[in-house]
Design a protein around this ligand. Structure first.
Ligand code: 3HC
Length: 311
């Protein structure tokens, strides 16, 4: 029976049907979606930390308002994604505990420090730019709630990318010191942004299965290449130098060839060894503990409302 059901399930995937939470699905499909969607949600929530650090230091009221809006968006992205994962039978509590205990991962990119205001520009331009490349395909993935969450998220990511690029444009046209800040941020965020796309396809543990189930529609290397091809001309427009001496345009192929990625650094950071990984988790645990009274109050209030309704 299980085999017949699995075959019918795969036929639905191959016919580009959307799988909804109430549909039968192989346990492995459910498990890998809970893994990927919850880690995606953790990335959104942890991603608020590096930028939150600069809300109080923004150089103008407008920049402050835009950054506030972006950080609020990221919190909302975490909410949609945790909600999408909950449709698969996992509780928010469980997912948060997996993050806080270190059992679950979040995107490597958020283990790097934001050292200057230009980093906020580089994050919007490069990190949200890379996220758009990696997430637009997920709008068409086989699991309904994940695909639908992505549609709203991708619209907001475009604003994130645009506001970041505008910061970089303003700095690169500013004083020599401001242009140097933008160059320094590009130097520090370029390679970690390429690592966001995951390992080379040949070393991806979940890639092949993700493609078979149409959770992943393109390989990591193809999306990484697309991101490089789009971003290098943007850096040239800013008048900044790409931190890759091997970068050159391959006319015949129509793609940029780029230097080797430091996969040892990637593996170290993915395992939680990034420069500020410990601070990120400490901040997450502190926020969780400091927020306990809010959760208790909300539950007590809900209980009172329920009791009043029952009278
Ligand atoms: N950062 C952290 N963990 C990573 C990683 C990275 N860059 N690349 C791989 N990993 C982890 C995987 O999560 C997996 O962990 P697990 O098996 O222990 O749960 C393990 O390494 C092996 O993964 P794979 O080798 O199979 O890597 P994939 O081919 O799956 O690629 C991925 C990783 C690109 C992150 C893929 O999982 C993916 O597309 N996920 C959905 C999108 C996502 O999570 N994006 C996060 C971007 S940050 C963001 O969106 C915030 C925005 O506001 C900027």
């Amino acid at each position: 029976l299980e085999e017949r059901r699995t075959a019918r399930f795969q036929a639905r995937i191959d016919a580009d049907e959307k799988i909804e939470p109430v549909d039968w699905m192989p346990e492995a499909y459910r498990k890998t979606l809970v893994r990927q969607i919850s880690q995606h949600a953790h990335s959104e929530v942890v991603g608020m930390l590096p930028e939150g650090n600069w809300i109080g230091r923004a150089p103008s009221l407008r920049r402050k308002a835009v950054l506030l809006a972006k950080v609020q968006d990221e919190g909302g992205h975490g909410l949609y994604l945790y909600a999408a994962a909950e449709t698969l039978g996992v509780s928010r509590q469980e997912m948060v505990e997996q993050l806080l205990s270190g059992a679950a991962k979040y995107s490597s990119i958020f283990n790097y420090p934001t050292l200057s205001w230009a980093d906020i520009g580089a994050i919007g331009w490069l990190v949200d730019g890379a996220a758009i490349m990696n997430q637009v395909p997920i709008c068409r993935c086989s699991f309904g709630p994940y695909a639908r969450a992505m549609q709203r998220i991708c619209k907001e990511e475009s604003f994130h990318q645009r506001q970041g690029y505008e910061i970089m444009l303003q700095l690169s046209r500013g004083t020599p010191e401001q242009k140097q800040m933008a160059q320094d941020a590009l130097d520090r965020w370029w390679w970690p942004s390429l690592m966001m796309f995951g390992p080379p396809d040949g070393e991806s543990q979940h890639g092949a299965q993700g493609m078979a189930w149409k959770i992943k529609l393109f390989g990591n290397d193809e999306l990484r290449q697309k991101f490089v091809d789009v971003t290098v001309p943007q850096a040239e427009y800013l008048g900044l130098t790409m931190p890759d001496p091997d970068l050159r345009f391959d006319e015949a192929a129509g793609h940029y060839r780029f230097g080797a990625i430091d996969w040892d650094e990637f593996k170290r950071v993915v395992k939680g060894g990034g420069p500020v990984a410990r601070d990120r988790m400490k901040a997450r645990r502190r926020a969780y503990d400091d927020g306990a009274w809010v959760r208790e109050a909300a539950l007590a209030h809900a209980e009172k409302k329920r009791a009043r309704r029952a009278e």
